[in-house]
Design a protein around this ligand. Structure first.
Ligand code: WQD
Length: 346
C-alpha cells in the first residue's frame, strides 16, 4: 500500500483528498500546523474512514521539523502539497507573510523530496495564475497574466520553482494542478469548508441562507456577461480530490511522465453569480437575502477551464453538477448548525 504525505491535510481540499486517497487504497499521513486547517476536519475524516489518520502539527517553514516526518516515514512514496495561506485580500495587506509561508514551505518540502528520493509530487496551484485571460476557455497553454494579488503570485512563482526543481531532478514526476473554484462538501456532510468569516461566494451564500449572516452582497451586476455578474468555473471539491488521487495513480503507472505537467481542474462550464444563487434557491428551497453592490477590486470578469488535458491524461471526469454542488454545500451548513445546537445543549 503506497504511503502519501498530504500537507495541509486539515484544510478544505486537503481533507477531502485524504478521504479519496484512502478510499482508493492509499496509506495517508497528514501535516498541518492548524494555522488555516481545523482538527475538526481530521475528526470528520476519521468518522468517514472509520480509522484515524495521523496529523503532524508542524510548521513546514521549519526545515528540521519537516525533515523529522520524512525520517519517521522512509516509505513515503508521494507528496501532495496543499499547505499555504490562501486569502486574496489578506495577501494584499500581508505580502511578506504570504511569500515567506507559501514559498518557504514549498522549498522545504521539495528539499525533503530530494533528500528522501520521493518520485511523485503534486502541487496545489490555481486558476488565479491566468488573471483576466484574453480568450476563454483557458487551456494550460494560455499565458499567465500579471497576478491580481500576492496570493496568485505565490502560485505563479511556486509553479516556476517546481519546474526548475524538476529540471534539476529528472527522476521526479510533478503535477501542477490549477483549481478553478472548489465548492461543496463530502456527501456525508461530515466534512466541508470551515471558515467563520468566509470571503468566497458559496459559504457566504450558505451562511446567509441559514441565518449566520443577515444578508450578502453580489459584487456587481454591470459586467459584460450574459446577466451582468461574474462568471466562474465552480467544481465540486470531491472531483478536485479525485483528480489528485488519479495524478498519483498515473505517476505510478508512468502515464504522467517525469518532469512537470500542468493540468486545469475545472468542469469547463462557466456559471454566473446570479445563476449560482438561483441554483442554490432551487435546491435549498430558501430565498436568499442579497443586495446588488459595487464591484470587488481584483475580481476577474470571467474565467472557466478547458479541462480536456486532465480528462485525457488522468481518465478523470467531474461527476457533480451545479445543483449537487449546492446541495452538498447546504447539507454541510445544516450539519454545522445541528452540531452547534447539540454543543449548546450539552
Ligand atoms: C466568486 C465570485 C465574486 C463573495 C477564489 C479564491 C482563489 C482561487 C479561485 C484557489 C466573484 C462573487 C463573492 C460575495 C460575491 N481559489 N462574490 N459576493 O474570487 O473566483 O477566487 O477561487 O486557489 O483563491 O479566492 O472566488 O468565491 O471569492 O468569488 O458576489 O460575498 O463571487 O465577486 O465574482 P474567486 P470567490
Amino acid at each position: 500500500m503506497s504511503k502519501i504525505l498530504v500537507t495541509g491535510g486539515c484544510g478544505y481540499i486537503g481533507g477531502h483528498t485524504i478521504v479519496d486517497l484512502a478510499e482508493h487504497g492509499y496509506d495517508v499521513i497528514s501535516v498541518d500546523d492548524l494555522s488555516n486547517g481545523y482538527l475538526q476536519m481530521n475528526a470528520g475524516i476519521s468518522e468517514i474512514l472509520k480509522r484515524p489518520v495521523k496529523n503532524y502539527q508542524v510548521n513546514l517553514c521549519n526545515l528540521e521539523d519537516t525533515r523529522a516526518i520524512f525520517e519517521e516515514h522512509p516509505d513515503i512514496s508521494g507528496v501532495i502539497h496543499f499547505a499555504a495561506f490562501k486569502s486574496v485580500p489578506e495577501s494584499v495587506s500581508k505580502p511578506l507573510e504570504y511569500f515567506r509561508n507559501n514559498l518557504g514551505s514549498l522549498i522545504n518540502v521539495l528539499s525533503c523530496c530530494k533528500e528522501y528520493q520521493i518520485k511523485q509530487f503534486v502541487f496545489s496551484s490555481s486558476c488565479s495564475v491566468y488573471g483576466n485571460a484574453d480568450h476563454l476557455p483557458v487551456t494550460e497553454a494560455t499565458p499567465m497574466k500579471e497576478a491580481e494579488s500576492p496570493y496568485a503570485r505565490t502560485k505563479q512563482i511556486g509553479e516556476q520553482i517546481c519546474r526548475d526543481f524538476a529540471h534539476a531532478n529528472p527522476t521526479i514526476s510533478i503535477a501542477l494542478l490549477r483549481y478553478f473554484n472548489p465548492v461543496g462538501a463530502h456527501p456525508s456532510a461530515l466534512i466541508g469548508e470551515l471558515n467563520e468569516r468566509p470571503e468566497n461566494l458559496v459559504p457566504v451564500v450558505t451562511q446567509t441562507a441559514i441565518g449566520k449572516r443577515a444578508s450578502m452582497t453580489v459584487f456587481g451586476n454591470d459586467y459584460d456577461t450574459r446577466d451582468g455578474s461574474c462568471i466562474r468555473d465552480y467544481i465540486h471539491v470531491m472531483d478536485i480530490a479525485n483528480a489528485h488521487t488519479r495524478s498519483i495513480q498515473k505517476m505510478e503507472e508512468g502515464v504522467l511522465p517525469t518532469g512537470c505537467e500542468v493540468l486545469n481542474l475545472g468542469t469547463g462550464n462557466g456559471v454566473s453569480v446570479m445563476e449560482l444563487i438561483q441554483a442554490f434557491e432551487k435546491v435549498s428551497g430558501v430565498r436568499l437575502n442579497y443586495t446588488i453592490g459595487p464591484r470587488r477590486e481584483g475580481d476577474v470578469i470571467a474565467v472557466y477551464a478547458d479541462n480536456s488535458k486532465a480528462v485525457n491524461m488522468l481518465g478523470w471526469k467531474p461527476k457533480y453538477d451545479i445543483d449537487s454542488m449546492m446541495k452538498t454545500a447546504w447539507d454541510w451548513e445544516l450539519s454545522l448548525k445541528k452540531k452547534e445546537e447539540t454543543a449548546r445543549l450539552n
